[in-house]
Design a protein around this ligand. Structure first.
Ligand code: PYC
Length: 307
């Protein structure tokens, strides 16, 4: 029986499962190279940890590895129901809460290496976490796509640690009661923008007016495996900040309170660096399970149910 030690948390409703022990040995080298090796040789491990029957489409896994950059406290590779992420904002907040829960780190700034760059996560004394993300930018503004059943849709393509197509949304309300329709619509948008020459886009972010006092916008974020982000999405908020900065709609250092489809919030701020921005996203995570996953090779679904 193989054993995998994990700790679960959620950040604004979105789950993170940190793998502490029992993961594959990915060797040395850059985090990007180790993520490739993870995908090539150990994809069954990804599926075992996050997919049913142990997980669900919503769970984001975080494999802790030795950092190549020795100024970092750890390296981390995020993964989901269908593959691997560049960075993950809610997951980084969950990881810090997990390491704090274990007594492995205390308040202050901690550098973490990811496949797309080093981020700095700061644990505040009250338990909040701020993540200074990788440099973010808008690649294309006002991209017009023809979406079957929805007509012409205009949005921006931006990088915030993952690739996003951001669309000002009108029509179907951004509420939990409408997630099936929103999922279907956002998926058609993703296919349309990919077909238009932006094949890198893996997340779609629809945004509309806020409903929570103090928030600036509410969003619905569709992730690569068709699950929607329960949190406001850290990398999505970073991409949004890049667009706001490019449009001069938000000044450096000003807060942007981003509300999720659940009403949970992240506060984002940015500073400029050339024609890119460095976003900082602040939120809170709660640890909700410590467990050992058991992998029994006799179990036909030992390595998870893959779509
Ligand atoms: O918070 O960056 C994020 C994220 C990406 C996918 C799910 N959450």
């Amino acid at each position: 029986m193989r054993r995998i030690t994990v700790i679960d948390s959620h950040t604004g409703g979105e789950p993170t499962r940190v793998v502490l022990a029992g993961g594959p040995d990915l060797g040395a080298g850059s985090l990007a190279a180790r993520r490739e090796r993870f995908q090539r040789e150990f994809d069954h491990f990804r599926s075992a940890v996050v997919n049913e029957p142990r997980g669900s489409d919503v769970v984001v896994g975080a494999l802790l590895v030795e950092p190549e950059d020795r100024s970092c406290v750890a390296g981390v590779i995020f993964f989901n129901n269908v593959g691997y992420l560049g960075m993950c904002g809610h997951g980084t907040i969950g990881l810090l809460a997990t390491l704090a829960h274990l007594g492995r780190l205390g308040p202050g700034g901690h550098r973490l290496e990811t496949p797309v760059g080093v981020v700095t996560a700061t644990l505040h004394p009250g338990g909040e976490v701020s993540v200074e993300n990788v440099p973010s930018f808008r690649k294309a503004a006002g991209v017009v796509v023809e979406v079957p059943g929805a007509g012409r849709v205009t949005g921006d393509v931006a990088w915030g640690g993952n690739w996003f197509f951001l669309v000002k949304h009108e029509g179907v309300p951004l509420t939990l009661a409408h997630v099936d329709q929103l999922t279907d619509l956002a998926w058609r948008m993703r296919c349309a923008v990919n077909a238009q020459g932006y094949p890198e886009v893996d997340h779609v972010e629809l945004f509309g007016p806020p409903t929570v006092p103090g928030a600036h916008a509410r969003n619905f974020v569709l992730c690569p495996g068709k699950a929607y982000d329960r949190s406001p999405c850290g990398t999505g908020t970073s991409a949004k900040l890049a667009c706001l900065a490019a449009d001069r709609e938000l000044a450096e250092g000003e807060p942007w309170v981003q509300e999720s489809i659940l009403g949970s919030t992240f506060t984002g701020r940015y500073r400029r660096r050339g024609d890119q921005i460095i976003p900082t996203i602040t939120g809170t995570a709660y640890v909700n399970a410590e467990s050992t996953q058991l992998l029994d090779e006799r179990d036909p679904f030992c390595w998870g149910i893959r779509g």
